[in-house]
Design a protein around this ligand. Structure first.
Ligand code: GAR
Length: 209
């Protein structure tokens, strides 16, 4: 099974969804570490209770690069092949993102490319959208900008507030993230898929020369 480290900053409900999904025998990934920049993140306690190794290191007083390096070392020491960001509310250094290129996923509560950043629910309501939703994407140096792997649309109902909508989008997030992560780690192990990626990169290289 592919080895995944989950990075959280708070509640950790997406982390819990990924952990519980991994309890199924057929799940192609296992969670080897839950790490946080916030030692008080409630999600850490849950992970510990589930017997998952945890790591916490506050970012206060450290440069972005220094903190990312500490996290990176803990993740590598845990033997992780992939990182799943799950409400990790820190912008990552380009260096860290580069080290985990194509191996780091994030979940974002909007239908990307719409509403990158914060306040996604209120922005969808203010725009009069009839759907909100969530996206799982690969992490690239630009915030919330990497290739989208999967999305779920969530209908906006009359009378929805940002909080009510957030609760409903979260239900969709929990299902989407576990499914998208499972699919992603499986596809990477598929020789045809790897060949396809090599072909795509070769084409991209040709274009730049
Ligand atoms: C989730 O809604 C996630 O999509 C969002 O933070 C929440 C974390 O909740 N992430 C972002 O906004 C990242 N840009 P959780 O800790 O219960 O998973």
């Amino acid at each position: 099974r592919a080895k995944v480290a989950i990075l959280i900053s708070g509640r950790g409900s997406n982390m819990a969804a990924l952990l519980y999904a991994a309890k199924a025998e057929a799940c192609p990934y296992e969670v080897v570490l839950v790490a946080s920049n916030n030692p008080k993140a409630p999600g850490l306690q849950l992970a510990e209770a589930e017997g998952i190794a945890t790591f916490a290191h506050p970012h206060k007083g450290l440069s972005r690069e220094e903190h990312d390096q500490i996290m990176h070392e803990a993740i590598v020491a845990a033997g992780a092949d992939y990182i799943a960001l799950a409400g990790y509310m820190r912008i990552l250094s380009d260096e860290f993102v580069g080290k985990w290129q194509d191996r780091m996923l994030n979940i974002h509560p909007s239908l990307l490319p719409k509403y990158k950043g914060l306040d996604t629910y209120q922005r969808a309501l203010d725009a009069g959208d009839n759907h909100a939703g969530c996206s799982v994407h690969l992490v690239t140096p630009e915030l919330d900008d990497g290739p989208v792997l999967a999305q779920t649309e969530v209908a906006i109902l009359p009378g929805d507030t940002a909080d009510i909508l957030a609760d409903r989008v979260l239900i969709a997030e929990h299902q989407l993230y576990a499914a998208a992560l499972a699919k992603y780690v499986t596809r990477e192990a598929d020789p045809d898929w790897i060949l396809e990626q090599v072909r795509i990169r070769a084409l991209a290289l040709e274009e730049t020369h």
